[in-house]
Design a protein around this ligand. Structure first.
Ligand code: ZN
Length: 177
């Protein structure tokens, strides 16, 4: 029986990611890239999603490291283009996006704030449990647990399609991995 008073520890990778930002000398660049949102979920930034990993300078060149969410996620190309565009708009013409695949991204890297924003956007968040634990899917509209899964795949492969039996709302659930 899980004790609800115990807050699950932040995964080490996510802790280190936050430390990289806090300790970075490039704060203005981190702030700048807060404007880049997940193309599939425009309410949430790449940082909040746990996708944006690191920012470094090599001379005048900005090197941005990102970790894809789901392998083969079609939105990754768009994300990289959006990062380069945001940097170019701010005068950083020479930039590069590097993709880091290991350690693999996990929904547990998403912040509480990101999960709240997902819910407000109408998507049931993955929860903090991690890939192997069952998650309770609640309707993001009325918070009922009387929901049923209509399809393993919702608007994108990383989401499943549900419908709420209480209010009738169909919604996506971001699958935990
Ligand atoms: Zn509902």
């Amino acid at each position: 029986m899980a004790d609800p008073a115990i807050i699950p520890a932040l995964p080490a990778e996510e802790y280190e990611r936050r430390e990289r930002r806090v300790n970075s000398s490039l704060q203005s660049l981190w702030d700048l890239l807060d404007a880049v949102k997940d193309p599939e979920i425009p309410a949430v930034s790449l940082w909040e999603m746990g996708i944006l990993q690191d920012i470094a300078m090599q001379g005048d060149r900005v090197i941005v490291t990102i970790t894809p969410t789901y392998s083969g996620c079609p939105a990754m190309t768009v994300m990289a283009e959006d990062v380069l565009q945001a940097l170019a708009d701010a005068g950083y013409a020479d930039s590069e996006v590097v993709t880091r695949l290991s350690p693999a991204w996990s929904t547990s890297w998403m912040s509480e704030e990101a999960q709240d924003k997902l819910r407000e956007y109408g998507i049931a968040p993955p929860g903090q449990g991690g890939g192997n634990e069952p998650v309770e899917v609640l309707c993001p509209r009325c918070h009922s647990d009387e929901v049923r899964r209509l399809s393993e795949f919702g608007s994108t492969a990383c989401k499943a399609l549900y419908q709420c039996s209480a209010c009738g709302e169909p919604f996506d659930h971001f699958k935990p991995i």
